[in-house]
Design a protein around this ligand. Structure first.
Ligand code: 13P
Length: 251
């Protein structure tokens, strides 16, 4: 399966900083093979990033979108706006959207439906908080997020990102064993929805991924890529992550 490594810049980088990043990053990953390389800048930098990545092996994603096509929704961004800027994918349901902007499963489902209908690739995020993990509720939370979030969504354009909230921005990467356990559970849950098509859905790990941790994470059977925050802001460290060392998949 082709790997999928995506940078989520969150609220970082101006247009100028985006240009600087891409002018160093694009040549650094030019020879990377068998990996979808995706960068998600903030909305304001999408259009110029879209021009810089044209005819390269780097793809563009947005970090969010609204589900309506147009109209009186001050501050919101539609799928058509993203497509015109050159986006091929959109991140939906990031834990920061859930936590700070109160997005629930129903809102996320509407966004996924609208993005899918527009032909955007979906990078759908799920993950438990530390409290939920400590209360042994990880699987319940993930099952709920998947079942409600993906209601009515096809498997075709779907990538799922497992991002344990306790690992995001904390420097506490999940161990490969912790990641594999949840990824296998996600695969099993997807199989209930999509049958054998679940085997071709890429499941990304996100949460304090670094050039040092990526190889062992990618060696896990059900880890098919990464969604990277902090370590994606520097072209050198993100290109190292994209060019991770491929190993035979462990169990
Ligand atoms: P960090 O890599 O900074 O922990 O962020 C992960 C993340 O939230 C990516 O979407």
């Amino acid at each position: 399966m082709k790997s999928f490594i995506a940078a989520n810049w969150k609220m970082n980088k101006t247009v100028t900083e985006t240009r600087e990043f891409l002018s160093a990053f694009i040549p650094a990953v030019r020879d990377a093979v068998d990996v979808d390389i995706v960068v998600a800048p903030p909305f304001t930098a999408l259009a110029s990033a879209g021009e810089l990545i044209r005819d390269t092996n780097v793809q563009l994603a947005a970090q969010d979108m609204f589900w309506e096509e147009k109209g009186a929704f001050t501050g919101e961004i539609s799928s058509a706006m993203l497509l015109e800027a050159g986006c091929r994918h959109v991140i939906i349901g990031h834990s920061e959207r859930r936590q700070y902007f109160l997005e629930d499963d129903a809102v996320i489902n509407k966004k996924l439906k609208a993005a899918g209908k527009a032909g955007l690739g979906l990078i759908f995020c799920v993950g438990e908080t530390l409290g939920e993990r400590e209360a042994n509720r990880t699987f319940d939370v993930i099952r709920r997020e998947i079942e409600f979030g993906l209601e009515g969504i096809g498997a075709g354009n779907l990538v799922v990102a497992y991002e344990p909230v306790w690992a995001i921005g904390t420097g506490k990467t999940a161990t490969p064993e912790q990641a594999q356990e949840v990824h296998a559970f996600i695969r099993e849950t997807l199989r209930k929805l999509y049958g054998n098509s679940a085997d071709s859905i890429r499941i990304l790990y996100g949460g304090s991924v670094t050039p040092e941790s990526i190889d062992r994470l990618m060696a896990c059977r059900d880890v098919n890529g990464g969604l990277v925050g902090g370590a994606s802001l520097n072209p050198e460290s993100f290109s190292k992550i994209v060019c991770f060392k491929k190993a035979i998949k462990e169990t």
